[in-house]
Every structure is written in structure tokens, then in C-alpha cells.
Design a protein around this ligand. Structure first.
Ligand code: G1P
Length: 295
């Protein structure tokens, strides 16, 4: 019997070393795209896709994440007293937007290990994994998580979200090869390598931070040895899995920003600001001014 998908897992326990010094004392997931933390976008994606429970994997150090999504009535009352009702509503919404469960990953032993930490809360249900570094926007239709849930309902297989990346980017991702060709954006996984050198990469097809997994993955993760970087890699577990289980590789529809990378982050901030009615004109004028000085 096929089960409903209700849960999303968002790993937030990484050290954020690509974004130091900003992430020395703050969680990289709290870096704002203008005024909304990236993690809030990821949670909204899950809710919009119809998921009901968000499991955030955090380290002991990431108390500010809990603080952001819990109720602060003192602050709300203060804002109301100051006549800032809209702001008070805004912060209240954060505590009611989703049912959030926190799972603590005590040691940073890799993405596979982080996912394994959720075994008890997931039990035997299928679940979506949303990686915080990958902010994916599809303005014209369903978001990437919803796209993958719809495919699961039809095909009943685990799914990895992918897109082709440039040669220079291949060594940053899990890279996949397929059994045969992709049809209607769907292929079947043959092999997967974590962050290969370009000359060793089986393709340019990169796993970009979205997975739909079933609870069978936990057993495999329990037996997965540390791989690249001495970490327990989700990639290695999926690589063994696809030997006996069909794993779909899905070329999702959407613009993806690598917000864990400084340049990708700046791209996202500019694009998101340009989409906002309260900022668009000012930002555009600023860009025009810079360009006119360059000529
Ligand atoms: C992780 C995965 C990698 C995937 C990437 C997507 O790497 O291990 O396979 O391609 O996310 O963003 P990380 O960037 O967390 O090192």
C-alpha cells in the first residue's frame, strides 16, 4: 500500500564553513535573502507542497533556529504597543506556519548521518529531504517538492532532484549516470559519485538538494562506511540502493540558487529584491547607476 507523504526533513546542522566569518556565531540557514531567512523559504516550500511536519536537524549550537520559529509574546506585545501590528503578525506567523520537530545531530558526520538521525521520527513513512543550500523557485507552477511528490504518487520510487551543471561545477555535487535516457524529465539511476573530479564524472547531471526517500534508506545508511571527506554520504547509500531498487532521477522545473555559496547568495538577494514591489525600482536604479559609471 502506498503511503501518504507528510514529512519533510531539512538538515541544518552543518558548520557553514563556506560562509565564514558570517556563520561563526550564526546558522547559515538564517542568512536572509533580503529579510527572510533561507530556511523560512525551505519550510514554505514544504508547506506549499502539502507536507505537514517539518523535521529540522540541528546541532546543539543552533538555538537561534528554534528561537526564530517559536512564539515570543513579549516581543509581539511590544510591537503592538508601538503600533506595529503588521510586524507583530509577521513574527507570530513564524510560530504557527508549520509543525516543527527538532532532531539534534550531536556530531557532524555528514549528510547521510544527519538523515539517519531522523530514523525514529520518520518511522516507516516516505519523506522529502530539502537541503538548505539549494533555494529553488518555480514561479510558473508547482514547487520542486510538489513536483517530486506527484511523481512518487505515480511511480512509487525514491526520487533525486537534478539538473545539468557546468563543467566547472561538477566537482561540487553528487553526479549521476542513468540507465538509458531521460524521458519527460525522468530517468533511472545507474550510478552516483560524490563530488568527482571533472575527468572522473559520469555526466554533468547533478543532484541539487532535493530527495524523496523511503524509510528503506535507514538500513542502508546504517551500513554505509564513511566516504568522501571521511563523512557518511547520502550519495554512497543511494548508490548501493539503486542496485536493487529503482531510483528516479528527476530533472526538476525551477531556477536554483546555491545560497551556500557567496556568489549564489548574492545572485539570490538581487533577483529576489528585483521581484519585490517595495524594492524593485530602487535596486534597478542602483544597478543602472553602477552600469552608467562603468561606461
Ligand atoms: C550535498 C550532497 C551532494 C549534493 C549537494 C547539493 O553536498 O552531498 O551530493 O549534490 O548537497 O547541494 P554538500 O553541498 O552539502 O556538501
Amino acid at each position: 500500500m502506498q503511503q501518504n507523504i507528510k514529512k519533510a526533513v531539512i538538515p541544518c546542522a552543518g558548520l557553514g564553513t563556506r560562509f565564514l566569518p558570517a556563520t561563526k556565531a550564526m546558522a547559515k540557514e538564517m542568512l536572509p535573502i533580503v529579510d527572510i531567512p533561507t530556511l523560512q523559504y525551505q519550510i514554505k516550500e514544504a508547506i506549499d507542497a502539502g507536507l505537514e511536519e517539518i523535521i529540522l536537524i540541528i546541532s546543539d549550537a543552533k538555538e537561534e533556529i528554534k528561537k526564530h520559529f517559536s512564539r515570543d509574546e513579549n516581543f509581539e506585545n511590544y510591537l503592538i504597543e508601538k503600533g506595529k501590528q503588521e510586524e507583530a503578525n509577521l513574527i507570530k506567523q513564524l510560530s504557527t506556519m508549520a509543525k516543527i520537530t527538532y532532531v539534534v545531530q550531536k556530531e557532524q558526520k555528514g549528510l547521510g548521518h544527519a538523515i539517519l538521525c531522523c530514523k525514529e521520527v520518520i518511522k516507516d513513512e516516505p519523506f522529502v529531504v530539502i537541503l538548505g543550500d539549494d533555494l529553488i523557485i518555480n514561479e510558473k507552477g508547482d514547487n520542486v517538492s510538489k513536483q517530486m511528490i506527484d511523481i512518487y504518487r505515480e511511480k512509487h520510487c525514491p526520487i533525486i532532484g537534478c539538473q545539468n551543471v557546468k563543467e566547472s561545477e561538477v566537482s561540487k555535487y553528487g553526479i549521476m549516470s542513468l540507465k538509458g535516457k531521460m524521458e519527460n524529465r525522468i530517468g533511472y539511476l545507474l550510478d552516483m559519485v560524490e563530488k568527482p573530479k571533472l575527468e572522473e564524472a559520469p555526466s554533468h547531471l547533478a543532484c541539487l538538494g532535493r530527495y524523496l526517500l523511503t524509510s528503506d534508506i535507514f538500513k542502508i545508511l546504517e551500513n554505509t562506511k564513511p566516504g568522501k571527506g571521511g563523512e557518511i554520504q547520502l550519495t554512497d547509500a543511494i548508490k548501493s540502493w539503486c542496485k536493487y531498487q529503482d531510483v528516479i532521477v528527476y530533472d526538476f522545473i525551477g531556477r536554483r540558487y546555491d545560497v551556500g555559496d557567496k556568489y549564489g547568495y548574492v545572485e539570490a538577494v538581487i533577483d529576489f529584491a528585483l521581484k519585490r514591489d517595495d524594492m524593485k525600482e530602487k535596486v534597478l536604479n542602483h544597478i543602472k547607476e553602477i552600469l552608467s559609471k562603468k561606461e
